[in-house]
Design a protein around this ligand. Structure first.
Ligand code: FES
Ligand code: FES
Length: 161
């Protein structure tokens, strides 16, 4: 076992982990931050996306032991300080960007990383960025619409469902 210390959603946390413990497991099982979902064992679904030192990563692909000192943000850290939904979360709600919600934490975290990197993405850029996030319910259309809305772009050009 190794002890790791990280900042998670602005709070210092520490815990003992095995060398094989994935960041996703550390977040869910040790810290009880179960908003980070695990939807596959092949690193394909993107339900587990979090930010590590400002970069979106699939937390099922990182070992917790390698992240001593890292700053991690999960979906639980995305709300505004007063507890209200962030702009991106609100846009998902407003534009029906979720159905079962399983993919949503990863989608929101990926969207946040995209908009930080590219505040005014085109529809094509949004779709390309979401290649690593799978949604089994929505057909992606409203997710894309929500992200474009959150970016402040006019979404009227996107084909209606
Ligand atoms: S659980 Fe990480 S990509 Fe599916
Ligand atoms: S809303 Fe169900 S998997 Fe995306």
């Amino acid at each position: 076992m190794t002890q790791v210390t990280m900042t998670v959603n602005g709070k210092a946390v520490s815990g003992d982990v095995e060398g094989r413990t994935l960041l996703a497991e550390f977040l869910r099982e040790k810290l009880r931050l179960t908003g980070t979902h695990i939807g596959c064992d092949t690193s394909q679904c993107g339900a587990c996306v979090v930010h590590v030192d400002g970069q979106a990563i699939k937390s099922c692909t990182a070992l917790a032991a390698d992240l001593d000192g890292a700053s991690v943000v999960t979906i639980e850290g995305m709300a505004n300080p007063d507890g209200s939904l962030s702009v991106i979360q609100q846009a998902f709600q407003d534009h029906h960007g979720l159905q079962c919600g399983f993919c949503t934490p990863g989608m929101v975290m990926s969207a946040a990383a995209l908009l930080k990197e590219n505040p005014k993405p085109t529809e094509t850029e949004v779709r390309a960025y979401l290649e690593g996030n799978i949604c089994r319910c929505t057909g992606y259309h409203n997710i894309v619409k929500a992200i474009l809305a959150a970016s402040g772009q006019d979404v009227s050009a996107i084909a209606a469902e």
